[in-house]
Design a protein around this ligand. Structure first.
Ligand code: SF4
Length: 448
């Protein structure tokens, strides 16, 4: 536990004096992710908001909110189920369709919007699978975990990452099997009814066959639905696999190395350290960023566990490559091995996200360029525009961001259309046939 976390333990969390002025939407997002949120007893939220669901690695297990703002509206998945959230100074209340959130320390009241539960949640696919167990919305995009369960959960002793709950969710709140057809059906509905323009696939450890296993899903969604597609799986050492995935339509890769310090990486991600290695994440991020271009790929880290200076160095490394940093504020998810830890302090996280902004500006990373991709689980680099200091270099960067965004519109429009791929690339479809499922289970058996 970091010194700040110990300090939190010593004094009741979230009862510090508070701020002397209302927070801007990005500051509020950061504070909510650090302190969580309470739902006022008797408030009329149930049935009007997206349900609080634990899926994938557990990061999205809170209440989805939209914080309206001048530069942009910010989506945040506010922790409500975790222990620390019970002591939060933030309380949300709702009366007759008006939602507001109060900071009980000084009485500041913030307007919020609650995105409604999509009509397709709870509906069944034509093969009988619950659509929201195939994929869910996390912000404005469709998130799909690709089964089977991450192999690290089957090792004895377990080698799962200590902050993760994927192994508890798959087969319980997540479908244990997801056919390509079901994923396509859900993607189609999410695009049509919820306006989704980005689909993000992730998976756990599959004995170095992750990219091969993801290919049929990428191919099917890209050719039959048409959306931007992102992939977050274990890194591969055979870079030709990335070329193939890009050919099939992958627009974005992200790599979760989580920590810069190899000791923290080994301690909190024992499976990744033993079977993959931190270097593999770095090399794959470097390769894919070079291949797809500036601002397309992302390095994902957790802030609030390793010393702050490592987090800042990790942000410099990622942005120095031309990738964008996806920084998750550490969330001690209920049920995870770290559920008794405390989240980091707001003040520390402000240092981190000021740094995110500055590092993106210094490296001219085109943040928030793709249309309609708002991620509720993390503070996106685009959210940090609210933290920009008022000086000419910031104004110039923001001017260029607007130009890049406008210039990229036709490019993204073309990319998000269903793509006709040459027949010879249809190998991807054949690899999703039942025989391949069997071989995948066999492979997992070997690691378990
Ligand atoms: S690799 Fe780690 S974070 Fe990813 S699913 Fe497995 S245990 Fe969870």
């Amino acid at each position: 536990m970091t010194p700040t976390q110990l300090q939190h333990l010593a004094s009741p969390v979230n009862r510090e004096p508070g701020h002397d002025a209302p927070l801007n939407p990005c500051e509020l997002e950061i504070d909510l992710l650090c302190k969580g949120l309470r739902i006022a007893p008797g408030s009329e939220i149930e049935g009007k908001a997206r349900p609080v669901l634990q899926r994938r690695s557990g990061l999205g297990s809170g209440l989805e909110l939209i914080l309206p703002g001048r530069i942009k509206d910010i989506w945040v998945n506010a922790p409500v189920a975790e222990n620390f959230a019970r002591a939060s100074c933030y309380v949300i209340d709702a009366k007759s369709h008006t939602y507001f959130m109060r900071d009980e320390r000084q009485g500041f009241v913030y307007p919020v919007r609650l995105p409604a539960q999509p009509g397709w949640y709870g509906r069944l696919t034509s093969r009988g699978a619950r659509m929201d167990e195939i994929g869910i919305l996390q912000g404005t995009y469709l998130a799909v975990y690709l089964p089977p369960t991450c192999g690290f959960w089957f090792h004895r002793p377990r080698l799962n990452c200590q902050f993760c709950v994927t192994g508890l969710n798959v087969g319980r709140t997540e479908a244990a099997e997801k056919s390509v057809e079901d994923v396509v059906e859900v993607a189609r509905v999410a695009k049509k009814e919820s306006g989704v323009s980005f689909i993000h696939f992730n998976s756990g450890f599959q004995s170095h066959h992750e990219l091969e296993a993801a290919a049929p899903y990428v191919y099917a969604v890209k050719s039959k639905v048409g959306c931007l597609v992102g992939l977050q799986v274990m890194p591969a050492s055979d870079f030709a696999q990335y070329d193939r995935l890009i050919d099939l339509g992958t627009d974005h890769f992200s790599f979760c190395f989580e920590f810069l310090d190899p000791g923290y990486f080994a301690n909190y991600c024992p499976g990744k350290a033993k079977y993959v290695g931190q270097e593999a994440f770095f090399r794959a991020l470097e390769y894919t960023t070079k291949k797809l271009g500036k601002g397309t790929c992302s390095g994902e880290i957790i802030a609030g566990i390793e010393p702050l200076e490592n987090t800042l160095r990790a942000i410099d490394y990622i942005t120095g490559l031309g990738a964008f940093p996806t920084v998750c504020i550490f969330r001690p998810v209920a049920g995870s091995d770290m559920e008794r830890f405390l989240p980091p302090a707001y003040e520390e996280m402000m240092v981190v996200f000021h740094h995110v902004y500055e590092a993106c500006r210094r490296n001219s990373i085109p943040i928030d360029r793709a249309p309609n991709i708002e991620v509720s689980l993390v503070v996106q680099p685009g959210d940090t525009l609210y933290l920009a200091p008022s000086r000419w270099s910031s104004a110039w960067y923001q001017q260029r961001l607007r130009l890049w965004k406008r210039a990229a519109r036709p490019f993204f429009w073309l990319k998000a259309r269903p793509r006709k791929l040459p027949l010879e690339r249809r190998y991807a479809e054949t690899s999703s046939k039942p025989g391949h499922e069997d071989s995948r289970s066999e492979r997992l058996g070997k690691t378990g």
